[in-house]
Design a protein around this ligand. Structure first.
Ligand code: SF4
Length: 922
């Protein structure tokens, strides 16, 4: 697109950062203004801004609105990536990046003009549907609509509605069983060479790793005994291509499907791009050989979108629905969470609005839905059944195995990358919680939305009306379930609990749970505002009685649902003439979702039965009041498996033919760097199947002795927040940004951020923070990656969800040893570990070392990365040092010396970009 340089848009613009606030008038003159003046100006006239919620936070003015460039970008270029910062916007539009905060308002005027002008250009790739969408947005008084109107010409022919434009998926025959094949070492090596490219250096570790990975694809020798491999591969081995080599070969020769499961979205992204080397193009019939598959709650539900577009949403959420509809026409796969819908779009509106466009509640009506043949979820499910490689996440693999609709499509060869997270994923997947919000979801699923809510969502009776009139007992079962579901909580339940006026047996139970949790709270206000919990033991008679009443009420719902499931099965077996293929698919779908609800109700009843009696040693139960920022949002009874690997082994491993768990931090290391396998083997599930897994370890090829160093700072006292904040600020200044700061408590993160963000911004070092900035974690990471001067503070999710190779991440700072939180669940597992070798202390130590290893792992991602790991903990125990790669220098020193070393490393790096630099030994 060759065009003349665009003149800036003739509107004022505003930019606010931690360093100050700048405005640019229509005349192009920029001046720094006080926050008060900016607030007055923005209340007066619509100003050009970037990321309204963030500007609102910076100005301390929550009602801020204006002409947000991000909304315009989402309209003009739906499904295109843009880092939501001035620099990111400039890069996305091919404009020069601003050199300082003061230059940002001018950039906003330029970028607005550029985006508007693009709509006039003939080659604009996203023109289709824009005019119609704009008419709706104008009716909604979207501020950009009037500026866009003159730019977008009315098409000569009426544009097709989104729902008729989307392609239909095709039904395919089931794939035949995979052939049994044995892969030879020579074939695997040749495939690895092909994937890494002729020019790639020969990496012995990777070759050995690929050869071992092939082990899981060999024909199985014994039923219920999958081949299992635990493979530890240090960072830089090239494990992705290492396992994709045998996986792609096996898929080709056997005609089967390999599943690769990850824990983080980052790795999914990376796998999607690396798998293109093995499967560079779609098949001849156009079907994709590689499919990314996620839980259904990630995808756009077209029926929900249609509801939202037709009046289900009002005000700002209605604008969001229009922008999502623009995106839906251009998206690769309809994935709204971590796919090509910008993560920032939800935060510009309300996150809840995004969620309500997905199929969160499992209300899908399957073949009864008018968009069934275009549904993104159904498309992904069909594509994955035909794919050579399915890229999924741990939770989905587990949920699919536990309650998949189609057992024939159960994954049989699975590679769990980020295998150290299998335990955590199993822990949450196989847990149960009877909470107010879960119970209200169930009520809506049975009864439909409560009176007064808009939309076309319907309850069970309406969804199965034809079955009810055809099959009398089925109809009676629906009536009985509908009546019994009245006992579930209704909206406003949380308020009624607080007022002591609960309605019905479940609300009464939750009120008793809440009262007991507060009564037994021992946190002494330390964690004020965060969740509190208490054991589900030694409860008084009143709560036990409420639990019994609630269990009866739940059983009264479950029994008719069970009867209904039986009737649906009978209808399918002896299908009436009027039940066509679509109707059959709908009844099948209903059976599937009924089964899931019946299991849920049974699990809740089992939990309640235990409240008054002796505990079940397999489970840990507790009561909780969930709070965030001092606001209660749920009350719950929780149940987790003491060892969640048991259900994992039963549902995922049992029946599989080959399973590999791999990670850089799967096993512990002894002082000589050799892996110690017992705990990794126990956490793989192999012992539950009496399988002996193959074990493999390859050291990282990186030279940690010259590429990294660990600085243990000895003079920051624990609990001294001013000193902690000062240390962070000085370290970030010394490093010139590029610092990832990890915290174990949100409270301390906020306190530190509040003290240092302004100071750093004034020196041109932006500081972003999880739990502070109104930006989702994925977008925060994108921002951090994009700006080498930015630093990022965060908690657990950033400890191993961040993959930032290169210059943007130069230093990781941990505020203290990441001790496990003393929750009831942790206490129970620790107690159980006391009986095993090493005892409870070894259990905690293992957990801490794993966290340290993950955090350290963020630092050096490539052969030319250099970095420092700073631990602000004077009493850092030496026994944790085996968490770090062997040979990494460890220096215990006061803060001043650590700062000097960080600053020196920065200078050193700048001087020798060619890669010859190294940290001088102390
Ligand atoms: S088939 Fe289900 S998930 Fe798909 S669009 Fe229809 S209701 Fe939504």
């Amino acid at each position: 697109m060759v065009r003349s340089v665009t003149a800036p848009l003739d509107l004022p613009a505003l930019h606010a950062s931690h360093a100050g606030t700048w405005m640019c008038g229509r005349d192009g003159a920029v001046r720094e203004v006080a926050k008060g003046e900016a607030v007055m100006a923005v209340a007066d006239t619509p100003l050009l801004i970037l990321n309204a919620p963030l500007v609102a936070t910076r100005l301390g003015y929550p009602d801020l609105s204006g002409l947000d460039l991000l909304e315009l970008f989402a309209f003009v270029h739906p499904a295109q990536f843009c880092v939501p910062t001035p620099k990111g916007l400039a890069e996305a539009l091919g404009l020069p990046a601003p050199a300082s905060d003061a230059e940002v308002p001018a950039l906003l005027r330029q970028a607005a003009a550029e985006l508007l002008d693009r709509c006039e250009v003939e080659e604009w790739g996203e023109r289709e549907g824009a005019w119609s969408s704009l008419q709706s947005l104008a009716r909604l008084r979207w501020p950009w609509a009037q500026l866009l109107m003159p730019k977008i010409r009315q098409p000569e022919r009426a544009e097709k509605w989104l729902f008729s434009r989307l392609p239909q998926w095709e039904e395919n025959d089931d794939r035949p069983q995979p052939k049994q094949v044995d892969l030879s070492r020579a074939e695997i090596e040749a495939q690895l060479d092909a994937l890494t490219g002729d020019a790639a250096e020969r990496r012995d570790g990777q070759r050995r790793y690929a050869g071992e990975a092939a082990h899981v694809f060999a024909p199985r020798a014994r039923r219920d005994a999958p081949h299992m491999l635990l493979a530890q591969a240090g960072t830089g081995i090239g494990k992705t291509l290492g396992y994709l080599a045998p996986a792609s070969l096996w898929a080709k020769e056997s005609g089967g499907t390999v599943w690769v499961s990850t824990y983080t979205k980052n790795l999914q992204r990376q796998l999607r791009s690396e798998s293109a080397r093995a499967w560079p193009a779609p098949r001849e019939d156009g079907t994709p050989p590689v499919v990314v598959r996620k839980g259904r709650e990630n995808y756009l539900c077209l029926l929900n979108l249609e509801d939202a577009l037709q009046g289900g949403f009002g005000g700002r959420p209605a604008v969001l629905a229009q922008l999502v509809a623009r995106w839906a026409a251009y998206t690769r796969d309809g994935d709204m969470i971590g796919g090509d819908l910008p993560g920032w779009l939800g935060t510009l509106f309300r996150r809840r609005a995004i969620r309500s466009l997905t199929d969160q509640r499992g209300e899908c009506v399957y073949a009864g839905c008018p968009h069934y043949r275009k549904c993104f979820i159904e498309r992904a499910a069909r594509q994955s059944a035909q794919a050579d490689l399915v890229i999924a996440n741990h939770a989905l693999v587990m949920v699919n195995a536990a309650r998949g609709r189609d057992t024939a499509n159960k994954p049989s060869r699975v590679i769990f990358d980020e295998g150290h997270h299998v335990f955590d994923a199993a822990d949450s997947t196989f847990a149960a919680a009877l909470s107010g919000s879960e119970a209200i979801e169930l009520k809506r699923w049975i009864l439909g939305p409560e009176r007064g809510s808009k939309g076309r969502r319907r309850g069970l009776a309406a969804r199965l009306a034809d079955i009810a009139s055809y099959d009398e007992s089925g109809g009676q079962a629906i009536d009985a379930a509908t009546e019994a579901a009245q006992a579930l909580p209704a909206s406003g339940w949380l308020g009624r609990l607080a007022e002591g006026a609960p309605l019905g047996p479940i609300e009464q139970l939750l009120a008793a749970v809440r009262a007991a949790t507060y009564a037994r709270d021992e946190s002494g206000g330390i964690e004020a505002g965060y969740g509190i919990e208490t054991e589900a033991a030694g409860l008084d008679g009143a709560i036990v009685e409420q639990a019994a009443n609630a269990a009866d009420a739940l059983a009264a719902i479950r029994k008719p649902l069970l009867k209904l499931a039986g009737r649906l099965e009978a209808v399918i077996e002896d299908a009436p003439d009027w039940l066509d293929a679509q109707g059959r698919a709908r009844v099948e779908g209903a059976r599937y979702s009924l089964g899931w609800r019946i299991d849920l109700l049974a699990a809740w009843e089992a939990m309640l039965d235990r409240l008054g009696g002796p505990g079940d040693p397999e489970f840990v139960d507790w009561l909780a009041v969930e709070r965030s920022d001092a606001r209660e949002f749920d009350v719950a009874i929780h149940r987790h498996w003491l060892d969640p690997i048991k259900p994992f082994a039963r549902t995922v491993l049992d029946g599989a033919h080959g399973v590999m768990l791999t990670s850089a931090t799967l096993a512990e290391r002894d002082e000589d760097g050799a892996p110690e396998w017992p705990s990794a083997v126990a956490r793989s599930g192999a012992p539950h199947l009496e399988v002996k897994p193959a074990l493999f370890a390859a050291q990282s090829p990186f030279d940690y002795a010259t590429q990294a160093e660990i600085l243990v700072v000895t003079d920051i006292r624990k609990g001294d927040i001013p000193a902690l904040a000062g240390a962070y600020a000085r370290l970030i200044e010394a490093a010139g940004g590029g610092v990832l700061g990890l915290f174990t408590a949100i409270r301390r993160l906020r306190a530190v951020h509040g003290r240092i963000a302004d100071r750093l911004a004034r020196t041109g070092l932006p500081l972003y923070a999880q739990h502070v900035d109104p930006i989702d974690t994925g977008t925060l990471t994108d921002i951090f990656r994009d700006d080498p001067r930015a630093s990022l503070l965060g908690t657990d999710a950033l400890r191993d969800g961040v993959d930032v190779p290169g210059d943007s991440l130069r230093c990781v700072v941990m505020e203290q040893v990441p001790w496990p939180r003393p929750t009831i669940l942790h206490r129970a597992r620790r107690l159980a570990a006391a009986e095993t070798e090493g005892g409870a202390k070894a259990y905690d130590d293992r957990m801490i070392r794993a966290r340290l290893a993950q955090a350290f792992g963020r630092l050096v991602r490539r052969a030319d990365d250099r970095g420092q790991f700073v631990m602000l903990s004077p009493a850092f125990p030496s026994r944790f040092l085996t968490a770090f790669p062997q040979g990494t220098p460890v220096i215990r020193c006061p803060l001043d010396e650590a700062i000097a070393r960080v600053a020196a490393a920065e200078v050193n790096k700048k001087q020798s970009k060619a890669g010859t630099s190294h940290y001088s030994r102390a």
